[in-house]
Design a protein around this ligand. Structure first.
Ligand SMILES: *Cc1c(COP(=O)(O)O)cnc(C)c1O
Length: 497
């Protein structure tokens, strides 16, 4: 029987380990410092176990014979990325916790070619002088925010739109700047237009968006004073009008992105707010949250206002996110009357909130897909437009391929009707009909099963409802169907045991 000090003496030194041929090979692959660290970590774990009396001679020699595999695991842990791709089986298209909008293929190419090299980010190639970074997307927005730039939008004769003679500029004068996210956009806009003055907002719109974006808090940080009017459920145009005084700088409308007020509820129309703003020569801003540049009515979503509608109805400044229904990178977009946007561009906060070349590259590529009307190139739009029929077909195939393996006898996979969500603070009531894979397993609770799927590689994120694990293929890329099937089969084999 060996004593503890005998066992300590059995442990190799770090140098001995590094000279061991298979480990020397690891050094070649991963570099000496990382492998040395991993060896130290492993040896010190073994020392702790010896000290605790958890290792006898047999167990120690077993541990030492498996040291190469243990080192590999340790290295994977130490050198692997923390940010990893996952399979989104939740059916929530804009899942804030899962990175909101997946980017279009064209964005990767554009990022690769511009970010891995020098670029004309702030350089005017014509004059050879310093340029501005926003020139790369402003013209695209101008195009998209004109009547012609928008698919499915009926052309509105100039005489019928609200822009004529109201002091609101033609679309050619609408400019757009980009900041880090919509929270930053709202902060910059409020600070620029209303610092030390009052901003009138309905009590029904003092919203909180996930991740602690709260209108009253952002307002306070911007240096503007919040002037609440109306009540939670009912606010009338007269409430706004009575609150206007010489300190008023802005009327603000906030889109209720993630909830609805139904029942005994009232809210002035945008047209009424526009008229009131005009009458008192005040700017009207709308925080849209989710900036749709695509006419969602074509896919049956009628209650989600688009950026163009808002500007067309006479709103002076619109703010929205780049990674919600637009389907681009995280960004905050401020579109509106040129003179107002110009002031925001001149604000030193704009410098602090500006975005990197990666974001410009991704945004430019996304917007270009809109200009080309290539909506299928944008994953978010593609997922929203996928028919239930198509999803059912894929679900049937997945079900069949899983059941082909006899190992799943204790596992039931059924197809049931369900609904996908757009999510991410957009169209709160918009449900897209879908077909779900419902999985139940005799030996495991739904939560245990969901945990197993999360720990697979790549992790699969599922919904758990009423004792079943539910997977919605709407948010799974079709090219992931096979991997998903394999993961389900692999886990099914384990379940049976
Ligand atoms: C989502 C949302 C925000 C926050 O946007 P981020 O891009 O996440 O900062 C602000 N206002 C509204 C109305 C929203 O829907």
């Amino acid at each position: 029987m060996k004593t503890q000090s005998d066992l300590y003496r059995e442990l190799p030194s770090v140098d001995e380990l590094l000279r061991d041929p298979p480990i020397a090979k690891l050094v070649e692959e991963e570099g000496q410092p990382a492998v040395t660290d991993a060896c130290r970590a492993l040896l010190s774990r073994l020392r702790v176990e010896i000290a605790a009396g958890a290792l006898d001679e047999r167990k120690l020699s077993l541990a030492l014979s498996g040291i190469e595999a243990a080192l590999k695991t340790e290295l994977r842990r130490a050198l692997g990325y923390s940010l990893r791709p996952v399979i989104n089986g939740t059916g929530v298209i804009l899942h804030t916790n899962l990175g909101r909008a997946p980017l279009a293929e064209s964005t990767f190419d554009h990022i690769r070619e511009t970010a891995g090299a020098y670029s004309n980010l702030e350089f005017d190639l014509e004059s050879g002088e310093r340029g501005k970074r926003d020139v790369h997307v402003d013209p695209l927005f101008r195009k998209l925010l004109s009547e012609q730039g928008r698919a499915g939008m009926p052309a509105v004769p100039e005489s019928q739109n609200n822009l004529g003679g109201t002091g609101v500029p033609a679309r050619a004068e609408i400019s757009t700047i980009v900041v880090n996210n919509n929270a930053a956009a709202v902060l910059l806009a409020l600070n620029t237009l209303a610092e030390a003055g009052e901003v009138i907002v309905s009590r029904g719109e003092l919203v909180e968006i996930g991740g602690s974006f709260r209108i009253p808090d952002v307002m306070a940080k911007s240096g503007a004073v919040l002037r609440e009017v109306g009540t939670t459920n009912r606010t009338r145009i007269g409430d706004y009008e009575r609150a206007i005084n010489e300190r008023t700088r802005l009327l603000l409308r906030v889109h209720r992105s993630n909830f609805e007020i139904t029942g005994f509820a009232e809210q002035p129309s945008i047209a009424e707010l526009v008229a009131l703003a005009q009458k008192h020569k005040l700017p009207l801003m709308e925080d849209l949250g989710s900036g749709a540049l695509f006419d969602l009515r074509t896919i049956g979503i009628n209650d989600e206002p688009g950026v163009l509608e808002s500007l067309r109805s006479g709103v002076h400044v619109v703010t929205c996110s780049g990674d919600k229904l637009l389907g681009g990178p995280q960004a905050g977009l401020i579109s509106g009357r040129e003179d107002l946007v110009k002031k925001m561009r001149a604000n030193s906060l704009f410098r602090a909130l500006r975005v990197d070349k990666l974001t410009y590259a991704a945004l430019e590529a996304t917007l270009l897909a809109y200009v080309k009307r290539d909506y299928n190139a944008i994953p978010v739009l593609r997922m929203m437009q996928t028919s239930k029929q198509e999803i059912t077909k894929r679900a049937v195939t997945v079900q069949k391929n899983i059941q082909a393996g006899e190992s799943t006898r204790s596992t039931r996979i059924e197809l049931i009707d369900g609904e996908s969500l757009t999510g991410g603070g957009s169209a709160p009531s918009a449900l897209l009909p879908t077909t779900l894979l419902s999985i139940t397993c005799e030996q495991l609770s739904a939560n245990e099963l969901a945990t197993r799927l999360r720990s697979s590689d790549p992790p699969v994120i599922a919904r758990v409802e009423e004792g079943s694990v539910l997977l919605d293929l709407r948010t799974v890329f079709p090219e992931q169907d096979n991997v998903l099937t394999q993961i389900l089969v692999r886990n099914a084999t384990v379940w049976k045991r």
